[in-house]
Design a protein around this ligand. Structure first.
Ligand SMILES: C[S@@+](CC[C@H](N)C(=O)[O-])C[C@H]1O[C@@H](n2cnc3c(N)ncnc32)[C@H](O)[C@@H]1O
Length: 218
């Protein structure tokens, strides 16, 4: 199956220097399969919590993986928060396609359970990128890249963080914006309209968020 524009963009951001890559919340495993086919790491982990999905993915990999690939993948039917990366390896954890608030919970648990292990992240939340970025600012990781992808009229931010970068990630994605692009303008207007509406719920929290995004329009 052809990879979506969003998943292709994630694959393109993946550096080949990792020992192990974790495709977390992998669903049908399309992202991890592409990483396996492109030899992006010695070992690709597929993680999802739904047993039927993981059984089907396992069967598919057994059928289609080449001899050379057969020792280079593992399927884990488990909670992403409970992954157990080998402390002696260099890991990239990718979490895409889940809500931003849940994504922050996953990140916090993974980081909290494995202090001292080299884990870089690529994240692509569904909504709430501001909250995700605010959490990323608390980690000892720097920004590698950030980009905006528009797919089926939905917008996705892809944020890559690594211990090898010392660049500060910003809450609004300062480097991501190409404000001459109509798509970028549309996304920024959508965010401003959203946070404008949220003022009714908690103005003290949301006004500074709205101000930060609005400043990009100036
Ligand atoms: C929409 S899919 C995302 C698929 C793919 N990553 C993508 O970006 O297209 C979300 C997946 O997250 C999985 N998921 C949700 N909570 C999880 C958890 N706590 N641990 C592992 N997987 C989880 C769901 O089972 C589902 O397959």
């Amino acid at each position: 199956m052809a990879l979506s524009k969003r998943l292709s963009a994630i694959v393109d951001v993946v550096d080949s220097g990792y020992d192990e890559i974790w495709d977390c919340c992998c669903d049908h495993g399309l992202l991890g399969i592409e990483l396996l086919q492109q030899n992006k790491a010695q070992l690709i982990h597929f993680v999802d919590i739904v047993p039927e999905l993981m059984q089907a993915l396992n069967d598919k990999l057994v059928r289609f993986a080449t001899n050379e690939q057969c020792a280079r993948w593992q399927v884990h039917c488990q909670d992403v928060a409970m992954i157990s990366p080998d402390p002696n390896k260099r890991h990239l954890v990718i979490i895409a396609g889940v809500g931003g608030e849940l994504l922050v919970q996953f990140l916090a648990k993974i980081v909290g359970h494995h202090p001292g292990i080299h884990i870089d992240f690529i994240v692509c939340p569904v909504h709430h990128s501001y909250q995700v970025r605010r959490y990323l600012q608390t980690l000892s990781l720097g920004l590698v890249s950030e980009q905006l992808i528009c797919e089926n009229k939905r917008f996705y931010e892809i944020i890559a963080m690594s211990a090898s970068s010392s660049k500060q990630v910003t809450r609004v994605g300062q480097q991501m914006w190409q404000l001459t692009s109509k798509e970028h303008q549309a996304y920024l207007k959508q965010l401003c309209a959203h946070y404008q509406r949220m003022l009714n719920q908690d103005a003290a929290y949301y006004q500074p968020v709205l101000d930060e995004y609005s400043a990009l329009l100036l």
